[in-house]
Design a protein around this ligand. Sequence first.
Ligand SMILES: O=c1nc[nH]c2c1ncn2[C@H]1C[C@H](O)[C@@H](COP(=O)(O)OP(=O)(O)OP(=O)(O)O)O1
Ligand SMILES: [Mg+2]
Length: 309
Amino acid sequence: MTTKLYKHDILDIFAYTLSTRQLRIENIFGEQLELPIYSVFFKYFPSELGLKIVAVDEASPSEIMTLFFQVLRDVTAKNYVEIITDTLVVKLDDVEVHSETLSLPVISDKTLLIATRNEGKTREFKAMFSQLGYTVKNLNDFPELPEVAETGMTFEANARLKAKTISELTGEMVLADDSGLMVDILGGLPGVWSARFAGDHATDDENNAKLLHELASTAVSPDKRKAKFHTTLVVAAPEKEPLVVEGEWFGEIGTIPKGDDGFGYDPLFIDEETGRTAAQMSLSQKNKVSHRARALQNLLKKWPEWLKQ
Ligand SMILES: O=c1nc[nH]c2c1ncn2[C@H]1C[C@H](O)[C@@H](COP(=O)(O)OP(=O)(O)OP(=O)(O)O)O1
Ligand SMILES: [Mg+2]
């Protein structure tokens, strides 16, 4: 007897299994497999549905979410947008996919060009977008594309400049990120000049040293070292009005650099929630709380409407 598994079956099974931590799925022979979710050997059997089950063992929430999207795509052989609008509530520790029409951006060949040469940003975007099935490329993959002069006085102006210029040159949909550190006692500096705080071709270490120097005389107590990271993301595509979102992350500036992860001012930026510097966080930890992660969450909410433009 062959059990027909349709999309809603799979969704029900997934929602049930992930909530009960038991993975229960009927294979094409109608046998039910009761398996604990996190030591699950979740095997697809080839069937007329074209369903195949992949071994998932000790998977992390993001890996299971990737599997979840893969199952949905395999079962319906459709792209994310159709599938996601039917997704049930799936709770996985700190990753939640809601049933209302959450649509994920659909990019034809699943490649997204980021108008940046900053590998620190790119590493974070790669981690975020790979969970949604996309390959991220940046301007270092296209050396023939020009450096865009950031003549804007705001993050949005610069992000628009970067996204629009590269989109017009390539005819592609392009995401740009203009971001920076804004320190209260410095009146919001270095802000849009964060990359050039210590001079036109300053390194991260030089920028951090300048920041410590600027604060040494004026801001001894922690309450005088309040700061935030800001990101403005702009998506530009031919014949469309650009999509603009932003995100912020609050904290304070440390007195000595701590941590080896991240990039830019991360070793000096102390997250207000955890008291750890951004450089003391792993990539996935930072990608849950950072200004960039928050901006991306805002982007994913606005994306479906923007795509229909
Ligand atoms: O998560 C972050 N953690 C630490 N520092 C950060 C972060 N996000 C931006 N920042 C700093 C780095 C750079 O000094 C400036 C961004 O300047 P910004 O012009 O947006 O980037 P960029 O010039 O390095 O590369 P690009 O313009 O090609 O995207 O703010
Ligand atoms: Mg820049």
